[in-house]
Design a protein around this ligand. Structure first.
Ligand code: ACO
Length: 374
């Protein structure tokens, strides 16, 4: 028997939700190229596509948007709960702990009953952005901004976070970022979600566990760290030296590298294009990010290490007025649809995850009382 470290290259499911060709830099959701979805669709339509396997009819779409929007409001007891959490708690920790509490307000969450999947999905898509925005305001001792149902999904989130309405362009760009973050085959957090659903735990437990998995710096937590890394750089001329120092000390360059992509991550290319659309070319962080990518790519390309989605997302979010601490929670709010799509698909032929191990410890070892342990 052999151990497959990190399960690299080991298929654990058959799935028709998304497809990656890591050599060619292709990503598709339900067979539709990501470029096409970013250009022509919107986040809620893509969520429907991912979870239900087809683009919605106009009636299905209108109903879905309406059901998500009807769930934007969170109960006052959740706000009270948020107000009691220490203000320096990271938003990802807050999210991970609040999501199971949201389940208390959902009477229909039996995962074996398919009709309840819709209600968990629309509740989570509605309430999670409001929780994130409420936490942002509470942690800064500011008044909470109530959701505005007239705004689009993306616009409303930016409004609740910032306290001022975004422009249409900002709302559209943010919505496209959500599409890019919505799904990405069986990565660490999605695997976490399906492991949890395989026990027949409800979708709230799956999403909450996946949030914990996403928070790590090797996964979704990278976007926040990229921002800190770039914002600490004073001048573009310092970049080659900074990168060389990091590589010399075997430090990972945040926002670079991917287990599957051995060429450009198509999401990174799209997000960079969006950044170029809205950024002032003289913006300091923008200039540093562009130069950093150029130099890092020169050093890492030989090893097939390219920028991933997290390299530019933080820079873009900073221009949209989202504070760095909240970058990974934005990723999480978008990934809810991907996680739920995989849980729903996995349940069709559910088998409890129970891998095995190769034991390499001792046997029949005598217990030593504390006073004799030395
Ligand atoms: N910077 C410098 N070197 C790197 C990087 C990086 N970002 N990524 C990989 N390498 C090097 C490793 O040091 C290793 O070198 P070695 O063979 O000389 O020892 C080699 O590439 C292979 O590294 P692995 O960790 O085995 O590659 P893996 O495919 O598992 O890495 C990972 C994927 C974890 C994402 C890695 O690239 C990394 O740590 N990146 C930085 C964190 C990051 O940006 N995460 C976000 C990923 S995208 C997402 O989750 C949304």
């Amino acid at each position: 028997m052999e151990v497959y470290s990190g399960l690299a290259g080991i298929p654990v499911v058959k799935s028709s939700i998304s497809y990656i060709d890591g050599q060619k830099g292709i990503l598709e959701y339900r067979g539709i190229p990501i470029e096409e979805l970013v250009e022509k669709s919107n986040f809620l339509e893509v969520s429907y596509l991912l979870v239900f396997g087809k683009l919605p009819s106009q009636r299905e779409y209108d109903e879905f948007v309406c059901d998500v929007k009807n769930n934007l409001q969170i109960d006052s007891s959740i706000i009270k709960f948020l107000k009691d959490i220490p203000k320096d708690t990271h938003p990802m920790k807050v999210l991970q702990s609040i999501i199971p509490v949201l389940s208390a307000y959902d009477p229909n969450k039996d995962v074996l009953d398919e009709k309840h999947h819709y209600s968990s999905l629309t509740r989570l898509l509605g309430q999670v952005p409001t929780v994130i925005a409420a936490w942002k305001r509470i942690s800064e001792n500011k008044d909470i901004i109530e959701p505005d149902f007239r705004l689009s999904y993306g616009e409303n989130f930016l409004y609740m976070i910032r306290g001022e309405k975004p422009t249409k362009k900002e709302g559209d760009i943010f919505d496209k970022c959500l599409i890019l973050h919505a799904e990405h085959t069986i990565n660490a957090s999605t695997f976490t979600a399906i492991v949890v659903v395989s026990t027949l735990a409800d979708f709230y437990s799956c999403v909450s566990s996946a949030v914990g998995s996403l928070s790590g710096r090797l996964h979704g937590g990278a976007n926040e760290r990229v921002y800190y890394m770039l914002s600490q750089i004073d001048k573009t001329e310092d970049i080659p030296n900074i990168i060389d120092q990091k590589l010399k000390s075997k430090e990972r360059i945040m926002g670079f590298g991917h287990r599957v992509y051995k060429t450009h991550d198509p999401r990174a290319l799209l997000i960079k294009r969006m950044l170029q659309e809205i950024s002032d070319r003289e913006n300091r962080l923008y200039k540093i990010a562009i130069e950093f990518e150029k130099v890092a790519l020169k050093r890492l390309k030989e090893k097939k290490i390219y920028p991933n989605i997290d390299f530019y997302s933080g820079v873009l979010y900073s221009l949209l007025g989202i504070p760095p601490l909240f970058y990974t929670s934005v990723f999480a709010m978008a990934r809810i649809s991907g996680w739920i799509a995989h849980c729903k698909e996995y349940l069709k032929e559910n088998k409890l995850f129970r891998p095995t191990q190769i034991y390499d410890g001792g046997h029949n070892i005598k217990y030593i009382p504390p006073e004799k342990r030395g």
